[in-house]
Unconditional design. Structure first.
Length: 133
């Protein structure tokens, strides 16, 4: 059969997600598409910086298990003049209360379990944007 790919609508709000996990990426992408968001996924902090230099997203979504420096990255994003006004949500496995607590402390809001981000990424992003307004 023929596959039909929907082209992104230019005025859809952009979400930039730092998420190296391919399965999680596809779940986030389909959920955000349904919720009316456009998604750009990056695999690491360097690519995230490049993406932020090109476009200002409506929200950032960070996988806390993407690397050892996820918390430091969130602290930088939440304090840097160029990014501190961008809503930032994060997620981690539900057993990683250490990361979840540290991300909240660093400024991410909301911080949710991986399953919650996979099942309802649109709601997570909408809540992050609402928390900043």
């Amino acid at each position: 059969g023929r596959r039909c790919y929907r082209q992104p609508v230019p005025d859809q709000p952009l979400v930039i997600a730092l998420c190296p996990d391919l399965m999680m990426r596809s779940r986030i992408e389909s959920g955000l598409d349904i919720a009316g968001y456009r998604l750009r996924v990056v695999g690491g902090p360097v690519r995230l910086a490049e993406a932020l230099a090109e476009e200002t997203p409506a929200c950032l979504l960070i996988d806390l298990e993407a690397g050892d420096d996820a918390i430091a990255l969130i602290e930088r994003l939440c304090t840097d003049d160029s990014t501190r006004d961008i809503p930032l949500a994060a997620f981690a496995g539900h057993t990683r209360e250490d990361l979840i607590d540290a991300a909240r402390e660093a400024g991410a809001n909301p911080v949710v379990a991986r399953g919650q981000a996979a099942m309802g990424p649109g709601k997570v992003v909408t809540n992050a944007i609402a928390a900043r307004t």
